[in-house]
Ligand binder design. Structure first.
Ligand code: PXP
Length: 252
């Protein structure tokens, strides 16, 4: 296949986490998004969690009004979130599982187990023109279910791969990478657009970038953390360059 361009989506949730620690307006997630855009981000991702622990409702409106790149709105499959998405009509809606007690999105969505409900849930979002993405584990049953319910995109969860890498368990990491690589191929063959994300850093983003069917990486926590030391534009520029270096040549 001709290898497509790999987009970098920057998740700015944790700028809001820092803001909320003091309860004021700074640092501004919109300012971070604009800076990310200027530094080469191809999209901005924001997750409005049910408990509003980082991004708030007004951030979504402000992001929609003040950025030029596409907004990827992450949300749980609840009626409240569906209504918010339908009000703003972002470029993309990524449906994620959400549990209040978790620190971050710990696993993929059970699309296969909840097909009828999710099929009805995503239909109005699709009708409103949003690209609907399902955040799933690299599991053929979840990919097939995502295609069946009419999603346009699947985002493959890279959390376990990244964790194994950090722990130095390279056999487990490579097994995850193999699963993600074949899942990406299966999803692409089924007509789905393939994204990947969660836990990616300068070491692990290249592994995902090397998979030709993956066309977008969504990266947040690492980039915002790295920005403390080198600045957000530098962190993004460096991420862009490690992604590009790992990408198979366009004609291959
Ligand atoms: N993609 C999805 C669907 C996510 O839920 C998250 C975390 O909010 C990310 C990507 C980014 O993960 P991280 O912040 O670990 O880079």
């Amino acid at each position: 296949m001709a290898v497509p361009f790999l987009r970098l989506g920057v998740n700015i949730d944790h700028v809001a986490t820092i803001r909320n620690a003091r309860g004021g307006d700074a640092p501004s997630p919109v300012r971070a998004a604009q800076m990310a855009e200027k530094a080469g981000a191809d999209g901005i991702t924001a997750h409005l969690r049910e408990d509003r622990r980082h991004i708030r409702d007004e951030d979504i409106a402000a992001l929609m009004a003040n950025i030029s790149v596409p907004l990827n709105f992450e949300m749980a499959a609840t009626e409240e979130m569906q209504a918010i998405a339908l009000r703003h009509k972002p470029h993309a809606v990524c449906i994620v599982p959400e549990r209040r007690e978790e620190r971050t999105t710990e696993g993929g969505l059970g699309v296969h187990q909840d097909q009828d409900r999710l099929s009805a849930f995503v239909a109005p979002l699709r009708d409103a023109g949003c690209r609907v993405s399902m955040f799933i584990e690299a599991d053929p049953a979840q990919i097939e279910a995502s295609a069946k319910i009419g999603a346009a995109v699947v985002e493959l969860h890279t959390g376990a791969l990244c964790e194994a890498h950090l722990e130095g368990d390279f056999a487990t990491r490579d097994a995850h990478l193999e699963r993600i690589t074949s899942a990406a191929k299966l999803a692409h063959d089924m007509g789905l657009e393939v994204h990947a994300g969660h836990g990616l850093d300068f070491d692990t983003a290249p592994m995902a970038a090397a998979i030709p069917e993956v066309v977008e990486l969504n990266i947040g926590h690492f980039l915002i953390g790295e920005a403390i030391f080198t600045g957000l534009p530098n962190a993004i520029t460096q991420m862009r360059s490690v992604m590009d270096a790992a990408r198979p040549p366009a004609g291959s």
